[in-house]
Design a protein around this ligand. Sequence first.
Ligand SMILES: *Cc1c(COP(=O)(O)O)cnc(C)c1O
Length: 372
Amino acid sequence: MRPTYLEVNLNQLKQNLQNIRARVAPAKVLVVLKANAYGHGVDGVAPFIAPFADYIGVAIVEEGINIRKMGIKTPILVMGGTLPEQIPDFLEFDLTLAASSLSLLESAEQISAAAQKRIKAHLKIDTGMERIGARAQEAQALIERSLSCKHVEVEGIFTHFANSEVMSLRGVKQEFPISAALQLERFEEALSVYEKHSEPHPKLRHTANSGATLLMPESYYDMVRPGVMFYGVYPARDIEKTIEVKTALTWKSQVTYSKIVELGHGVSYGSLWSPETPSRIATIPCGYADGYFRMMTNKAQVIINGKKYPQVGRICMDQFMVNAGADEVKAGDEAILLGKGITPEDLADWVGTNEYEIMTNISARVPRKFVK
Ligand SMILES: *Cc1c(COP(=O)(O)O)cnc(C)c1O
């Protein structure tokens, strides 16, 4: 295996799930495995975690097909936008459709009827995210049509929050920026259509992402959809840590080259950095093509032999350099890029992005090693 790899602690993920479950029970838990399991490697995470998940969530149909091809039978909701021509894949691979508009629901009904099959669907209501879903004025028509569908089996109804993790909006009902409390009120309004028709609501009503799982017990309904929390990361820095979760990632590498760089000699492209005294510079075989963002140039830190050192000079596509100062560092020594005291939050700050983007950008070129 390549010396640069991502170690993924599967038991930690399972522990995170158990701790989330303890909070939300009796609500079920949909485990979000989109985007290569937030970069952790869906090939290892999905088979391990599926037996403990009530539902699996993915963003796109291809991710659902990939998980089905692993032989996993757990229900899978494709949460993102879908085009009518992708509906046959839902039938073939037993995936659950997010029915986000009247026209998509009609297509699902027609295509399923023609195939003489049934398709599972969760109605998607847009209560303020303005991404996909039937908005307040369209929700009633969507729900009413779904009541007469013969081939679409409406198992669920859901919405998604835009600002559930924002502490200052907690409990506030306002339209701009849209608060989760107002979104929840609109979701309730949509659900009231069932009462009006004296029909039972679908058995899985769900709204809560990680932020709402932490802050809004009233949003749990029948199931929650924690993504980033399952991976051990809080969705915002100022949220009180009331569910114990830990990151499962350690990004490891090894020094491939070590030398003294003399005073005034520029290191890497653009010669952006040069030492003020002769310094030991170690080269690490990892770069921005691996997801080690170029934006972190001269900001990141790396642990070599248990000690933190600054990254120096432009981060290249496949390699970067570290200033070990006066210390002895040699080829073969272990380097930690993430984990053991370097957090996803640290990397996010060095880049100027969030932890989600840090994790999902660790590229396919970095092998995943799954440990228990
Ligand atoms: C990604 C996603 C989630 C998970 O969000 P987190 O903030 O990671 O908890 C939940 N629901 C939907 C619809 C999503 O797209």
